[in-house]
Design a protein around this ligand. Structure first.
Ligand SMILES: Nc1ncnc2c1ncn2[C@@H]1O[C@H](COP(=O)(O)OP(=O)(O)OP(=O)(O)O)[C@@H](O)[C@H]1O
Length: 281
């Protein structure tokens, strides 16, 4: 992975997008001068994010890592249109995000499946709300996704009959039901054991390549970020900011579980760790 300091990366990445007058990129996600200040009462405030700009390419797997409180979730929510930035804006394929956006599917740390609905009914919910396609089409799509995620046999079960890993598989399938081009995932596997996490990492990698999704992924886990990502944004706290971007180098285009045992993987994890150490937390 090659380390690029954030200021430097600003110059390297879609330089035209940095000027206020320049048109946003026609493909991919432009995060432009985005900041967030939370007001806490009349006189107190938290700078959750200092102004930051970056471009996430179409089809890219981009992770954000950083210690607690550095603004990862805030940034992800701003990109997904769930939180309004204090300054700046987010553009997907050149169009500004102004609220919850059908181009993005969200997966949270907890699966947030509704306990009174079966797994299948949970998958169908986004289509019921958005009416993005017919229910008949949604059902056949749900069947395909459940098959793909290896939980087809559980489609008529209640979510609490599923293991934590299966619940997250169902949550990913639900996020994909409307066929969004982007998946935004906020620590989706952090509550799982290492073995399940790695299996889901492998499956997610396969899914991203086969379905050609852009994935934005938040994690505390450096190895997970290195295994999955084309690039990693390293964030720093107090105030929350993007410190640097590290870029995968020397990894095969299609990664599989064997990569975790290879020298180049350990080397890249060490590089990412160095970027962290430079934060002097
Ligand atoms: N709705 C809110 N109101 C007030 N402050 C908030 C709100 N959401 C987040 N913050 C503050 O903004 C800062 C960044 O929070 P955020 O959750 O984005 O960090 P994070 O890096 O995702 O943390 P973690 O890794 O612990 O989930 C923190 O100081 C947090 O307390």
């Amino acid at each position: 992975m090659q380390l690029v300091r954030a200021a430097e990366s600003k110059r390297r990445e879609v330089p035209t997008a940095r000027s206020e007058d320049a048109a946003p990129s026609a493909t991919g996600i432009d995060v432009r001068d985005v900041s967030k200040i939370f007001a806490l009462g009349a006189s107190e405030q938290t700078v959750a994010l200092k102004p930051l700009s970056l471009t996430i390419r179409k089809g890219e797997f981009f992770s954000f890592i950083g210690p607690s409180g550095c603004g990862k979730t805030t940034l992800l929510r701003i990109i997904a249109g769930l939180t309004t930035p204090t300054t700046g804006g987010v553009f997907i394929n050149g169009t500004q995000v102004t609220g919850p956006d059908s181009r993005i599917g969200m997966v949270f740390q907890k699966s947030t499946l509704l306990p009174w609905r079966t797994v299948l009914q949970n998958l169908l919910l986004p289509v019921e709300v958005t009416k993005s396609c017919s229910m008949q089409e949604a059902r056949s799509r749900a069947d395909r996704l459940l098959e793909m995620m290896g939980i087809a046999a559980f489609k008529n079960r209640s979510p609490d009959e599923l293991s934590g890993g299966m619940q997250q598989r169902a949550a990913i399938a639900r996020a994909l039901i409307t066929d969004p081009e982007i998946l935004a995932m906020d620590e989706p596997f952090s509550a799982l054991d290492e073995f399940t996490r790695e299996r889901l990492n492998d499956e997610l990698m396969g899914l991203q390549k086969s379905a050609q999704k852009t994935i934005i992924f938040v994690t505390h886990n450096i190895s997970e970020a290195v295994f999955l990502s084309d690039r990693i944004g390293v964030m720093a706290p107090r105030p929350g900011r993007l410190d640097s971007i590290i870029e995968a180098q020397g990894f095969p285009a299609v990664r599989d579980a064997s990569l975790r045992k290879k020298q180049e993987f350990f080397r890249e994890v060490a590089r990412a760790r160095d970027a962290f150490d430079r934060l002097h937390l």
